[in-house]
Design a protein around this ligand. Structure first.
Ligand SMILES: Cc1cc2nc3c(=O)[nH]c(=O)nc-3n(C[C@H](O)[C@H](O)[C@H](O)COP(=O)(O)O)c2cc1C
Length: 510
């Protein structure tokens, strides 16, 4: 089948695709799939308006949502601020953007307003918004001001109390909490002037996230200065916006595996699968936010290490098992990695050459089964072991069989057929199969969750202490496979990690 590389599309088409995808809350890949599906059904896709909606009164849907004024500074990382808008909106936060003059060299007000569905502000002396001192409104009509990226220049101005453009005037007029996500070259970050400014801003009560260590946009440079990832900034903003959540997993040690494994054929080739690791990483972030001490063992992925999580990187299934065993004992193990079932027994020590006889035959041998190994440990078995079943057919039946075969407690089953867009995508539709070995036999319950982002799946899986009625938009169907429970109150059937561990503790397991 032909493949499409989105990076290689014309700039204009790519930008339009990104806008459409952002507006519809899908990944770009999912958006392409929708367009192709609609085209194949001879239905024209809905057109994207060339001009974004501007100056809207907050819609009914936005009423009551916490509001963020997002100031985008003029740094390379400004492009990540566009993703931050999405991440905040995903968390049901209303976003209004302000771009500095320099920021407009990196991203356009059009993109920011299209993604936020709001007018974007750029000028202090703008008759349209300043007839009623609009900069004061932008500073006050919100619950939080986020600056991302916070440039060295903007932080210097804040520390000194300048107000000679819209961004700095808002920051000086603010009586709301301010969260900065600094981003700059490591030499700028470590400069004595920036150190003084950072110390002053901290004394002024300004909150900061990052910068993180890593490679810089400038070739060959690395160090502390990369802006925190949009997901981290959004999570921090959410913590500042919403009252502190209980930390139901405080004191628990959780081991999570994520991503694919690479099984070498020779020194340059390997067998792999399409797992992106996004779901496992999202669970690690959610578990860490719920107070757990998280170790994440990841196969090769293109994701940044989540803050506050111990991450071990591995390549092959055998390395992954080795790391898993070294991380034990833990309270909970969540095996989200797509571990290769087989590896090459006759791995070439040198690069395999083409021969006239054709390709040398690959002999495959079974890899260790990490989920089954953990589930059947005689002494160090975690109290709760959760596996993932990625299936392309007979999802529930295969997941039930896997639950029994592997000996784990829960299985998160998801359809990974190409049409689902789950592998590599940002959304997931899962079924949670939970197993309880009671006096009257094995009790398997199945919860079918609606389509959610992988972050939402992670949050739901890890802990959701709010009463079910308080969770907007949570529609689940419950198919209780045990006769005695069919028709029972679904909220009573919501086993959560915390509850399950508590029960296991009472029963003296693990
Ligand atoms: C290509 C380029 C990249 C830049 N990246 C950054 C950056 O990451 N961080 C930073 O503090 N300044 C960076 N600058 C410098 C800022 O753009 C400059 O200090 C500007 O005055 C900041 O304005 P603002 O703080 O009002 O947005 C960069 C400049 C250029 C030309």
């Amino acid at each position: 089948m032909a493949s499409l590389t989105i990076r290689k599309l014309d700039d204009a088409i790519r930008d339009e695709l990104r806008l459409r995808a952002a507006r519809n809350g899908r990944s770009v890949e999912d958006e392409v799939r929708v367009i192709l599906r609609e085209a194949s059904q001879h239905r024209p896709p809905p057109a994207v308006s060339a001009t974004p909606e501007v100056s809207r009164v907050r819609s009914d849907a936005d009423a009551g949502l916490p509001r963020v004024t997002l100031i985008i500074g003029g740094g390379i990382a400004a492009y990540k601020a566009l993703d931050l808008i999405r991440r905040l909106k995903e968390r049901h936060v209303h976003v209004r953007c302000v771009l500095t003059r320099a920021a407009q060299q990196f991203v356009t007000p059009l993109s920011a307003s299209a993604l936020s569905n709001e007018r974007c502000y750029t000028d202090l002396f703008d008759p349209e918004s300043e007839f009623d001192a609009g900069h004061i409104r932008l500073a006050r009509d919100c619950e939080l001001i986020v600056v991302a990226p916070a440039t060295a220049d903007l932080m210097a101005k804040m520390a000194q109390g300048h107000a000679d453009d819209l961004a700095s005037a808002i920051l000086l007029a603010a009586n709301r909490p301010i969260l900065l996500a600094p981003a700059m070259n490591p030499l700028m970050w470590n400069h004595a002037a920036t150190r003084r400014n950072v110390a002053q801003l901290e004394r002024d009560g300004v909150a900061m996230i990052g910068p993180n260590a890593g490679e810089m946009a400038e070739a060959g440079e690395a160090g502390v200065g990369r802006m925190a990832e949009p997901l981290e900034i959004a999570a921090t903003a959410e913590r500042l916006l919403r009252p502190p959540q209980p930390r139901p997993l405080a004191g628990k040690r959780i081991l999570i595996t994520a991503g694919p494994t690479h099984e070498p054929i020779d020194p340059v080739r390997y067998i792999a699968n399409r797992s992106s690791g996004k779901q496992g990483f999202a669970i690690a972030i959610a578990a860490q936010a719920a107070g757990a001490d998280v170790t994440l063992i990841s196969g090769p992925v293109d994701l940044d290490d989540p803050a506050g999580v111990t991450v071990k990187h591995v390549e092959s299934a055998r390395e992954m098992l080795h790391r898993v065993e070294a991380a034990l004992p833990v309270d909970i193990a969540i095996c989200a990695a797509a571990v290769a079932d087989w590896r090459v027994a006759n791995e070439g020590e040198q690069k395999l050459k083409k021969t006239s006889a054709g390709m040398p035959p690959l002999q495959l041998v079974e890899n260790p089964d990490i989920l089954a190994t953990i589930s059947k440990l005689p002494d160090k078995r975690p109290r709760l072991v959760i596996g993932f079943a990625a299936e392309t057919e007979n999802l529930i039946d295969n997941a039930k069989a896997k639950l029994a075969r592997k000996g784990c407690d829960w299985i998160v089953a998801n359809d990974v057929s190409p049409a689902s867009g789950v592998m590599g995508g940002d959304r997931n539709t899962v079924h949670l199969l939970t197993r309880d070995d009671g006096d009257t036999g094995v009790d398997i319950r199945i919860e079918s969750w609606p389509v959610m982002t992988k972050e939402q799946v992670a949050t739901e899986l890890v802990a959701d202490p709010r009463p079910r009625a308080a969770r907007a938009g949570a529609h689940r169907s419950y198919d209780c496979a045990t006769t005695g429970l069919r028709g029972a109150d679904p909220s009573a059937l919501r086993p959560r990690i915390e509850a399950r561990c508590h029960r296991a503790e009472l029963a003296g397991h693990g």
